[in-house]
Design a protein around this ligand. Structure first.
Ligand code: ADP
Length: 231
């Protein structure tokens, strides 16, 4: 099953009278259950691609079909709706609510989705156990380590059962040991059947993925199966 289809995607930015061509006719299909890393040098178009895939921005031209629905020309409100239901975001900076507990942070997407209280608690608890935070549910972000904070963010991203998990430099704020632990968690999440897209400039992170796409000057330079993904 196709989860992502990018067809001749172009993204231009206007800067004064100049046009920056950030994505130049990108074609790409990602199937359900794939674990993909998107790599490339600074300026190659990774963030732009992440913004398009994450429905944070619309392409200048081309078509983006996400989970069977063409989302190329939606309004901001419609895009926000799609983001909330189809995409689990994971950021370098975790982006947790500082005053809320781990459990409350993970329940939040379910509040927006209109899930009733008891089910919210049950699902959030279950997924926190899943990411190894059984003992930390009542802790607030500042009472957690960096790795634990990112685990909360992973749980929050997963709780809505999104079509894709989209991570942007997920280990950028973590030391190497903790990064490795988070990448192991990603591997487990992949094994459970989830579709993962990780945007990173770090080879050490990308080598966990099963498919590696490299961007150069806004185009796909290479797209290979990783023969030896790290678990
Ligand atoms: P990466 O994430 O790989 O560093 P980006 O997608 O951020 O690459 O950038 C791709 C190109 O688009 C670069 O030349 C960058 O300067 C340009 N760019 C990115 N965002 C904007 C923006 N908001 N306005 C104008 N140009 C942009």
């Amino acid at each position: 099953k196709e989860v992502i289809r990018l067809k001749e995607i172009v993204k231009n930015y206007k800067v004064g009278t100049q046009i920056v061509r950030a994505l130049r006719s990108v074609n790409l299909v990602i199937h359900e259950g794939e674990y993909v890393a998107i790599m490339g040098a600074s300026g190659s178009g990774k963030s732009t691609m992440m913004n398009v895939i994450g429905c944070l921005d619309t392409p200048t031209a081309g078509n983006y079909v996400l989970n069977g629905k063409d989302v190329s020309d939606l309004s901001d409100d419609e895009l926000a709706e799609i983001r909330n239901s189809e995409i689990g975001f994971i950021f370098q900076t975790f982006n947790l609510m500082p005053r809320n507990t781990a459990l409350e942070n993970v329940m939040l997407p379910l509040v927006y989705a209109g899930v009733r209280k008891q089910e919210r608690v049950e699902r959030a608890e279950k997924i926190l156990v899943n990411v190894g935070l059984e003992e930390r549910m009542e802790h607030k972000p500042n009472e957690l380590s960096g790795g634990q904070r990112q685990r909360v963010a992973v749980a929050r991203a997963l709780v809505n059962r999104p079509a894709i998990l989209l991570a942007d430099e997920p280990t950028g704020n973590l030391d190497s040991t903790t990064s490795e632990e988070i990448m192991q968690l990603f591997s487990e999440i992949h094994k459970q059947g989830n579709t993962l897209v990780v945007v990173t400039h770090e080879e050490d992170i990308a080598r966990h993925a099963h498919r590696i796409i490299r961007l150069k000057d806004g185009q796909v330079e290479s797209d290979i199966v990783n023969p030896n993904p790290v678990y």
